[in-house]
Design a protein around this ligand. Sequence first.
Ligand code: HEC
Length: 319
Amino acid sequence: MGFLDTFRSPAMVHALAVHAPISLAFLGVPLVILAAVLKERGAGMRWLAVVAYLGLVIAAFLTVQTGEAARSALPNAAGVIDDPVWNLVHSHEGMAGKVWLFALVTALLTACTAAQNPRMRVTTGMLAVLAALATAGWIGLTGHYGGTLVYVHGLGTPALQYKQQLISQGQTPAATTPPTPAAPGRLETAPAPAPPDPAGPAAAVLPPAVVETESALPPVPVREVSYAQEVIPILREHCYGCHGKASGLNLETIDAMLVGGKKAGPSVRAGQPGKSPLIQYVTGELQPRMPQGGEPLSENDIAILRNWIATGMKDDSPG
Ligand code: HEC
């Protein structure tokens, strides 16, 4: 991995980014203490501390963004990340999302130590020190959870990608029917002409890329996925363009998927992703691989579709 590639890995970017808020939170504590005990003479310290905590508000916000990117890059396949680990991910995210609030309160209390009234100054000074300690403690614990995810559970490391690979191979059902020869036809009633695609003919003659292996691994638990939030966006981006209401196969509703298309019948079979044409077409087990003429779906997207079918295709869409 080249040096610049480091910055293309969202997990790496996040690992680097977390240093900013952690350093600010710990450097801020002595500044606030000095600002509180030095009274008028602490003016310089005070404003330095206020600036540091306002910087922390911003750093916390930016770090959360890198964390969200790292989270979306995590493998989604069932069994790669266990439920307790997902829970830890959620606690880490929940805590990280509140860091800015701690920092803002500390900044405000520290600013209040500029008060003329000595009573006010002492009270806010003590509160500011407590807030600074709470901020550091909160960030420390957030970072500890984050560290546990990486170092104990391997999130964002190549080890996890390897596990995902093993599982996705193990889950691939053995081919029961030989793939139909690549015959790039059109859905009889497909409305819009397919966009001209440079990779078209080449993509159609590619052999199915999925290695068909007998499942040697024990069945792995599947993660519940949301139809509205995870499945629809994938289908909308990659499939609706050709498989809308007026086409030979409508993928826009679950009912329509159950009706399916002329060629392969119902596109989904609840609980049986390996026997669902929707999956067989996106993996290339059935040809032409879908989306026709386009880039194949990512392993992650396929895993989401698989899990949704495996867990009974629940409909959590609003309408
Ligand atoms: C560029 C247009 C296009 C896109 C995008 C596309 N398809 Fe297709 N799809 C077709 C055509 C054309 C056929 C008929 C192919 C054939 O049988 O030769 C088809 C057939 C199918 C079938 C079998 C239909 C039947 O008759 O039983 C399934 C299932 C399917 N597509 C799923 C998908 C999924 C899932 C996606 C998105 C990941 C997708 N398609 C994206 C054009 C497209």
